[in-house]
Design a protein around this ligand. Structure first.
Ligand SMILES: [Zn+2]
Length: 312
């Protein structure tokens, strides 16, 4: 094969740089002997992985090195965004945009090819963890907040589901090309799939926050106070107990019910006045563009009241 390559390069007048040319055998089994391959008397170096068009291919096609490089790259971007955000005003919507523009395309790039790595739990967890780290940073959420709620707040789709979806689309596209399906039909199918996923996100919002009527983008609400209320993980007694902190579980403001986000937002009698502008007779909290700041201030009041009562 190396001889053929040498002949081809001479014929095409293409010169290989020997120091930059590496050989990799893609195989599942262990090679007992590795052949010596030469070009113009230069012995070519063997490698266990190669980077091709931005994708790291390893000899057993596990994609381990590619997934690890994604983890490294994303950590570096997260660090840069954190520095940038500390200098300017913290803004969840802006941070979410930065994630979607800088991080997500990097993860999704060529995932139609390497996405099969997600069949192994270790790699699936690694990729999911990249997204979770950003979700926490974007929404200023606590360590224990559920990923499902954070995905709903940011309007993002689970990254591993997104990769699986891209792989499905790629497969479907290949089948359509084989069956001579027209480009027009292919585009219609793609549009339908996108719409299906848009509706899925809307449905998720309704299911995750059934007692809220939210007429604004949820990401607009996210800050260090509102996120605590929406995720249920914050300064509340239930969170403290989950973290094994010895604390009275009853509400420190009214002493009538267990102190959790739901009680404080919907029922705590000591917050009746502030709550009255958001809640209707069916116990639904209404959040719209016109009362967005008031709602955020209400969440801030709840958190600050809890903290000051507990301190005194
Ligand atoms: Zn209470």
């Amino acid at each position: 094969m190396a001889d053929e390559l040498a002949l081809w390069s001479a014929w095409q007048n293409v010169h290989f740089n020997h120091s930059k040319t590496k050989v990799m055998f893609v195989h599942k089994k262990r090679l007992i002997t590795t052949p010596i391959l030469k070009i113009d008397d230069h012995v070519l170096e063997f490698s266990d992985n190669l980077k091709y068009l931005g994708v790291i291919i390893d000899k057993k096609l596990t994609w381990k090195n590619h997934v690890d490089s994604l983890v490294g790259k994303s950590l570096s971007i997260k660090h840069q965004i954190t520095i940038l955000m500390n200098r300017s005003r913290s803004n969840a919507k802006l941070k979410n945009c930065l994630y979607k523009a800088l991080v997500e395309p990097k993860i999704l790039y060529a995932s139609e090819i390497w996405g099969s790595a997600l069949s192994k739990k270790t790699y699936k967890d690694k990729v999911a963890q990249i997204q979770r780290n950003f979700l926490k940073m974007i929404t200023s959420a606590r360590q224990t907040a559920s990923s499902k709620k954070l995905l709903t707040i940011t309007g993002q789709m689970n990254i591993t589901d997104k990769i699986n979806f891209r792989m499905e689309c790629y497969q479907k596209k290949k089948e359509m090309i084989q069956n001579n399906v027209s480009i027009n039909e292919m585009n219609i199918w793609k549009k339908q799939q996108k719409l299906h996923h848009k509706n899925y996100i809307k449905e998720e919002q309704k299911n995750t926050f059934p007692s809220y009527c939210i007429k604004t983008e949820l990401i607009e609400l996210a800050d260090r106070y509102s996120t605590q209320i929406l995720t249920g993980h914050g300064v509340f007694a239930t969170t403290a107990i989950m973290m094994n902190k010895p604390i009275d579980i009853m509400c420190c403001l009214c002493k009538q019910e267990i102190e959790n986000a739901e009680h404080l937002m919907f029922r705590c009698t000591s917050l009746n006045t502030q709550r009255s502008i958001f809640i209707d007779q069916n116990q639904v909290i209404h959040v719209k563009v016109s009362n967005l700041m008031k709602f955020k201030n209400f969440c801030k009041t709840i958190i600050q009241k809890i903290l000051s009562t507990r301190r005194s």
